[in-house]
Design a protein around this ligand. Structure first.
Ligand SMILES: [Fe+2]
Ligand SMILES: [Fe+2]
Length: 139
């Protein structure tokens, strides 16, 4: 059980990181794409909050203590670098959730497996949006 709690706590720390990263970038973004990108960044936060809420509840239900320490991320004022950093984070997050979904299944927690897969659907949507933004970034 500890292995699964640790895995979900790692995911939770990255979700908190994503929330802070989107908020920080939304504040720092400048240039021709500012208004659109700010709105896009802020819109992503709700999904990440829902993921963090689910993970916290589940960690507690499993008898663990939810992590309160976010992972760190790169602070930049360059719009392209922001998108690249976020894209990279979303891709790694998808990989991590896929691994943890397998772990949950192996340990017999089918509900957690299914919910982590649902979260992957959200993160894949974020990844696809970021890819499209990167292709047509006007800077
Ligand atoms: Fe998330
Ligand atoms: Fe995401």
């Amino acid at each position: 059980m500890k292995e699964l709690i640790d895995a979900l706590n790692e995911d939770l720390a990255f979700e908190y990181s994503a929330i802070i990263q989107y908020i920080t970038y939304s504040a720092l973004i400048k240039g021709i794409n500012r208004v659109e990108l700010k709105e896009f960044f802020l819109n992503e936060i709700n999904d990440e909050l829902e993921h963090a809420k689910y993970l916290s509840d589940k960690i507690s239900a499993l008898g663990g203590t939810p992590s309160v320490v976010p992972k760190s991320f790169k602070i930049t004022e360059d719009p392209r670098e922001m998108i690249e950093e976020l894209l990279n984070a979303e891709e790694k997050t998808i990989e991590r959730y896929a691994n943890h979904a397998k772990l949950a299944e192996k340990l017999g927690h089918i509900d957690i497996k299914v919910q982590l897969e649902n979260i992957i659907v959200d993160e894949a949507r974020h990844r696809d949006e970021l890819k499209k933004i990167l292709e047509k970034l006007g800077v």
